[in-house]
Design a binder for this molecule. Structure first.
Ligand SMILES: [Zn+2]
Length: 79
C-alpha cells in the first residue's frame, strides 16, 4: 500500500463508496469510504453527519462569510 497523497479519483467523480465500519451502542454508525478512508457518522435516524470538512463545504462557508462581511461593511459605509 502506497501512502495516499492525492484525492482518489473515483470519489471525486462518483462520490464516496461508504461501508459500515462500526456500529455504536446508541444506534449511530461509522461509515468508512473503501476508496479513500473518508469517515462519516450517521445519527440514530440513519442520516449522515459529515465528520470531515470537504473542500466544497469549506468553499460554501467562505463564500457565505465573504457575503456577510461585505454586507456588514456596506452597512457601515452607508450609515
Ligand atoms: Zn472516498
Amino acid at each position: 500500500m502506497k501512502p495516499k497523497t492525492n484525492p482518489i479519483l473515483p470519489c471525486a467523480i462518483f462520490g464516496h463508496n461508504y461501508k459500515r465500519s462500526k456500529t455504536y451502542i446508541d444506534h449511530t454508525a461509522e461509515l468508512t469510504c473503501t476508496h479513500c478512508d473518508a469517515v462519516v457518522i450517521t445519527d440514530s435516524n440513519g442520516n449522515f453527519e459529515n465528520n470531515t470538512v470537504t473542500n466544497s463545504q469549506l468553499k460554501d462557508t467562505l463564500q457565505e462569510l465573504y457575503r456577510l462581511t461585505r454586507t456588514v461593511s456596506k452597512t457601515k459605509v452607508t450609515s
